[in-house]
Ligand binder design. Structure first.
Ligand code: AKG
Length: 269
């Protein structure tokens, strides 16, 4: 069993905070050591074998279709001590506090997102905020690469500055519903400049819940494993029926308009 605690501060310099505020995303290198990456890879292999908790293929259209084009496993921290140590670590919570400017943050959830070699799908252009039960924007995600990622393998791509465009409709991972072209204004289309961020294992990007982002299908013959953790800063309230149902909605203990709290959302200081 892993004894790593993912403690220790990762310094988030002012220029990184400024970049994040301006662009809605930011990258950090060497946030995890290779030993820490290896420990998470080992747990992920176990999780993929045993499939506890909420697991699905985000791109699956019907039961007859081949599964695991985009394998999503939510809240692995509830099943694996190593992921609990990682998702609730002071290192990540400290980065989340710096980027949001919030004195404390809660963990919303973690999720492994895996694109295996073989059939895989694009994660379509989308914002995260429309899927979340939060009334106000401000929640942020850390996308940690557990493999070296290139465009072809499915690294994150962002539209810089798009977190300032407001909240749009949730996009479908299976291709139904409106296209990006139908949603954006001409002015926004003129500013649509996809920016891929290739990473090494142990590097990560953070993105704002309103930032438009995308990943390619994995067309390489190596696995692409990412571990995503999402944090709630102070000042985010529960939107209740105004937003779509989220898998963690049943764990929410707030009433509509109250700060977003839940039995599954621990305060990380
Ligand atoms: O890893 C992916 O394919 C998509 C990631 C994503 O959409 C997210 O972390 O919000």
């Amino acid at each position: 069993m892993s004894t790593l605690d993912y403690a220790g501060e990762y310094p988030v310099l002012d220029n990184k905070v400024t970049f994040f505020r301006e662009n809605g995303y930011v990258r950090f290198d060497n946030v995890l050591s290779m030993e820490e990456v290896e420990a998470l890879r080992t747990v992920l292999a176990d999780a993929m074998d045993h499939r506890q908790g909420f697991v699905r293929d985000l791109a699956k259209k019907s039961d007859s279709e081949e599964a695991d084009k985009i394998l999503q496993m939510v809240n692995l921290w509830e099943h694996f001590d190593a992921i609990k140590a990682y998702s609730m670590s002071t290192r990540l919570a400290g980065m989340a506090r710096r980027l949001t400017g919030s004195p404390t943050v809660r963990l919303f959830h973690d999720q492994a997102l895996v694109k295996k070699p073989g059939p895989s799908a694009a994660s379509p252009w989308h914002q995260d905020q429309p899927y979340w039960p939060s009334k106000e924007p401000g929640m942020i995600s850390c996308w940690m690469a557990l493999d070296n990622v290139t465009i072809e393998k499915g690294c994150m791509q962002f539209i810089p500055g798009s977190h300032k465009w407001g909240e749009f409709a949730p996009m479908s991972f299976t291709g139904e519903g409106p296209t990006v072209d139908e949603l954006l204004s001409d002015e926004q289309k003129a500013k649509w400049h996809p920016t891929p961020v290739e990473l090494k294992a142990g590097d990560c990007t953070w993105h704002h819940g309103l930032t438009w982002h995308y990943t390619n299908p994995n067309t390489t013959n190596e696995i692409r494993r990412a571990l995503v953790t999402i944090y709630i800063p102070e000042g985010i309230n529960y939107a209740a029926e105004e937003k779509m149902e989220h898998v963690l909605t049943p764990t929410i203990t707030s009433r509509k308009g109250e700060p977003l709290r839940g039995t599954a959302f621990p305060v990380l200081g």
